[in-house]
Structures are given as C-alpha cells and as structure tokens.
Design a protein around this ligand. Sequence first.
Ligand code: NDP
Length: 434
Amino acid sequence: RKRNPGQNEFIQAVHEVAQDVFEFIEDKEEYHEAQILRRIAEPDRVVSFRVCWEDDNHNIRVQRGWRVQNNNAIGPYKGGIRFHSSVNESVLKFLAFEQTFKNSLTGLPMGGGKGGADFNPKGKSDSEVMRFCQAFMTELYRHIGPDTDVPAGDIGVGSREIGYMFGQYKRITNRWEGVLTGKGTEYGGSKMRPEATGYGAVYFLRDMLKYSGQHVEGKTAVLSGSGNVAIHAAEKLLQLGAKVVRLSDSDGFIHDPDGIDQEKIDWVKRLKNERRGRISEYADHFTGATFHGDSRPWNVKCDVALPCATQNELDEEDAKALVKDGCIAVSEGANMPTTLEGVRVFHDAQILYGPGKAANAGGVAVSGLEMSQNAERISWNHERLGEMLTELMEGIHEKCVEHGENGDYVDYVRGANIAGFKKVADAMLAFGVM
Ligand code: NDP
C-alpha cells in the first residue's frame, strides 16, 4: 500500500493473487529468494503521456494516456487499450497485472500489458474519435511493436478505434506489421476475434458445469454489460440452449422474461455498434421487456451469471442475492467484476466460480492466434479458429483443475493464479536476477 498509494484496484488484484501464490511457494525456496511475486507486482514500466486533440467545435482538449508494460518474461507485452472516463493508473496497473497471469494460462507466448486513456468516446462524433485515436497513437507508436508490445481493444475500443490507430501507426512508421490485434479482417484481423471473449466465457462455464456433471442447456442466465463481451456471451448461451433474461449498461439493466433470442441479440449489436445507443431503448422496442435505471442486474432468480461489464460491479450483497436465488455458476467475462468480499461469498457457498483471468482468456488467446497469422501472412478460417478457441478454453479449465482441485471442490481462482504464476515465475528464474 505504501508503494502504491491510492491505487485500490491494483492493490486488490495483487492481494487476491498473493494469497494463493504465498501458499503455493511456501516450501519452494527458489521463488522466495528470487522475490518473484514482488517482481511481477512491479510493472517493468509505466509510460504516461499527453494526448492533445481538437474537438468539432475547435476546442483544444488535453487527455492523459498510458501504457503499462507489466511483464514480458514469456512473450511480448500483450493486452488491451481502454478508453473510458474511469481510466487511471491504478486501473491499468491492475489490468496489466491480471493480464500477465491470463496470458500465461493460455499457453501462448504472450507477456502482460494494458493501456488506455481517460477519454470517453460516448457522444463523440466519428471524426472526434478518429482525431483522438490518431493523437493517442502518435505517442504510443514509439513504445510498441510486433515483437515488443501488441495492444488490442477493451472497453471503449472496438474495431473502429483499432482501425484508426492501426492506420496512424502505419502512416507514421511506413510499416505494415501485426502491431495491434482486433483488426478488421480486410487488413490482417483474425476471424472469431470479436466473438472470442464472450464465446470463451461460455465455453469455460460449460467446462465447469460439465466437470461437475451438469450442462448449459435449459439454464436461465443473467448478464451484465451489452458491449462486445456481453453480446457474444449471450449469443453462445442461446446457441447452447440457455435462456438469457438480462443485459445492462452503465444506465441500468433490461429484463426480458421471454428471453433474448438471436433476433433481439442482432438488434442490440446494431444498437451498440452502429447507433451507439443505450440499452434502455430495448424496453421501448420489445414488448414485455422492462428497463430498471441505476440498478445492477443481479437480484433475480437465475441458474448462471456472467458479469461482462467492468471491475467491481458485483459486490458482497449482489453475490449473496445470487446465491440465495439459486445461482450455481458464475463465469466472468469482465476483468475483476466481483469484489474480494463477493468472491468470498461464492467460495463459502461452494458454487462454481470462474474468475476473469481464466474465463475471459478466449479473447487474448485468439489475439495470440492473430499474431501468428500476421507473422506468417496467413489467415485461418472461422471453423478452424472456433476449434482452436474451444481447445484453448478446455486447456485453461484443465490447468485450473490441476492446481485448484481440493476434494469435491475446485477453487478456480487458486488454480488460475498458481498455473498462471508458475510459468512466468519459472521463466524469470531462468533469466537470473534483473
Ligand atoms: P465494451 O466497451 O464493448 O462494453 C462495455 C460494457 O460494459 C458496456 O455495456 C458498458 O456500458 C458497460 N460498462 C462499462 N463501464 C461500466 C460501469 N462503470 N458501470 C456499468 N457498466 C459499465 O467493452 P467489452 O465488452 O470489450 O469489455 C467488457 C469487459 O470485458 C471489461 O472488463 C474488459 O476488460 C473485459 N474483457 C474484454 C475483452 C475483449 O476482448 N473485448 C477481453 C477480456 C476481457 P456503457 O456503454 O454505458 O459504458
């Protein structure tokens, strides 16, 4: 705490990992001596920079941008860029720290990083977003590269923003190279990347349920968020025979007792990606659905819950409500959406709980495959990538079970923390002290 004053999200993330890792390394002198956890919890570097741009009314705006390069022991730094007014150094340090473990869990050669800016794309015109992205990349380009650091999208950064940033990188450097993932398929993007995080979170849910002798079919699901992750998680749940009744955004949630079918999902995709509208409009459009402003979606009878919006969006009370209402499994599409107290409730109730660093790793895994495709100048088809995603999520589930199984209960948090830590730690040991 003394080293990172006021960085609550970062401290929370390190605290959660440290509990499990300390137990694991108790009798492993080499990790202690080399101070491995302490070294992973101190980013290799944090770059902070000014982003100056002009809005449509010719006002000059000054924003702050960051890139946190946490650890590159097992591969180039890799992690998304977030544009949201809540972005600060603590949030990005927590995300870069978590990303290090998540990327390690995928089994692919990727280190951990994260970046972003306190820029809110909501209500901005296309040209404003373009000018901001160009200004952001005008500084970021000197810190990244296909073998150095490969950013991707995150909250507020989708294919439009990636396109503007990739274009600016190419313009400045005169190089076409796989420096960003999440690109359009016309210019080197991987098929399946938009779907990968949401689909992956549902595959992880399916793997957890299957391991405990259950299945997704027939389950009622509650989701938060209505962005890239939530929409694709809803789509996959539907395909596997579940019924999705809630989605949300930062204004509140919608409840649809009839279930959100494919036609409704397509409508939400257009609402969010083309019109950049609010989820409240869903209730105006579909009969039977209701909108609940300024509320979180968790207080309802359901079998499974997938938080897919943002950090700390599900607290102790929400967790208690879910358990009380019969929820048997939680798979996190978002990063650290459940508070430490909320996680404790899930553990005490011994429900299936898949933490973000395992459950939402499908996105970065397909990003890793995008890097391979770019390096080889090839493109795999949708079906092949779908198979690879399924296998990667199964592999992550197996690693969590290997390190997290204790009697009848699988502690997926412990499994993910230890499996993710071990690979990075062993690589660091091999490098000696630096
Ligand atoms: P999007 O920007 O596409 O969607 C984010 C959604 O979350 C929106 O519905 C947004 O609502 C809502 N949201 C954001 N901030 C808040 C808040 N403070 N309170 C309530 N709702 C909020 O982002 P993604 O879907 O890509 O990302 C969602 C989560 O998944 C994040 O935690 C991200 O880090 C994580 N993730 C994403 C990956 C990816 O591949 N995209 C990969 C792995 C993890 P509104 O529009 O009102 O802001």
